[in-house]
Design a protein around this ligand. Structure first.
Ligand code: NDP
Length: 241
């Protein structure tokens, strides 16, 4: 039976590209979303994916959602923690709500989704957890103290959990995309976006499929020896040590 892969926020942008790449690699793919009901169900229907709606920031909803998916499709073998939001503001103007929304979704959401699948992966002696962080979690970004904190947190989370999962055949890795041409980035005003592109040595934004291929590799049997690793894909914009 084909492995089951769940991609949070898998109906748009990087998540959607990842879902399609995993499907094409032979997985049974589940995508989750939170708000865009019609577009998400249509995307799932057209692409032969199973779609479920709950917020990753709600722990109880994640526990129930994972239980439902596993009852309907079987154990989740691959978890891609992709769902993420931005609520940008310079720190002196950042509201507590903007801080908490981003931490709750981008960091606590990863705890909420990983814990319900973790014991099953350990017991079955196989699992892949792949977290989507960001270049801005590696280098920090003015106007994104909340987002940079959450995304840097994911790197530490990945390194710690990788050590716990290794002897159970469960790998945990993190992908740090640079600027990718999705709705999240297209929302950036054009002059600002041009300045960003000017800082990317390859001279363009990344494609969602370029991140999807990183995830598909980390999910594969070929990546069994890779755990606790940070895979940077940013066109050379930030070359981490
Ligand atoms: P998009 O804004 O295009 O899509 C975000 C997805 O996350 C949507 O499917 C959305 O669901 C879902 N989502 C948001 N909040 C929740 C929630 N509380 N519960 C469940 N799902 C949720 O994002 P991108 O594709 O651009 O980004 C994907 C990931 O990659 C994010 O973690 C982002 O931080 C990261 N990233 C993106 C970069 C980029 O340049 N685009 C660069 C570096 C990292 P719905 O459609 O229902 O709203």
């Amino acid at each position: 039976m084909a492995r089951v892969a769940l991609v949070t926020g898998g109906t748009r942008g990087i998540g959607a590209a990842t879902a399609l790449a995993l499907r094409d690699a032979g997985y049974r793919v589940v995508v989750t979303y939170v708000g865009s009901v019609e577009a998400s169900t249509e995307f799932a229907r057209q692409n032969d994916l199973s779609a479920y709606c709950w917020s990753v920031s709600d722990y109880e909803a994640c526990v129930k959602g994972v239980a439902r998916v596993e009852a309907e499709l079987g154990p989740i073998d691959v978890l891609v923690n992709n769902a993420g939001i931005t609520r940008d503001a310079m720190f002196h103007k950042m509201s507590p709500e903007a801080w908490h929304q981003v931490i709750d979704t981008n960091l606590t959401g990863v705890f909420n989704m990983t814990q319900p699948v973790w014991n099953g992966m350990r017991e079955r002696k196989f699992g892949r957890v792949i977290n989507i962080s960001s270049i801005n979690g590696q280098k920090g970004q003015a106007g994104q103290a909340n987002y940079s904190a959450a995304k840097a947190g994911l790197i530490g989370f990945t390194k710690a959990l990788a050590q716990e999962g290794a002897r159970f055949g469960v790998t945990v890795n993190v992908v740090c995309p640079g600027y990718i041409g999705t709705e999240m980035v297209k929302a950036v005003p054009e002059p600002v976006l041009q300045k960003i592109v000017d800082q990317i040595p390859v001279g363009r934004l990344g494609e969602p499929q370029e991140i999807a291929r990183c995830v598909t590799f980390l999910a594969s049997d070929e990546a069994a020896f890779i755990t606790g690793s940070t895979l940077t894909a940013n066109g050379g914009q930030y070359i981490a040590g």
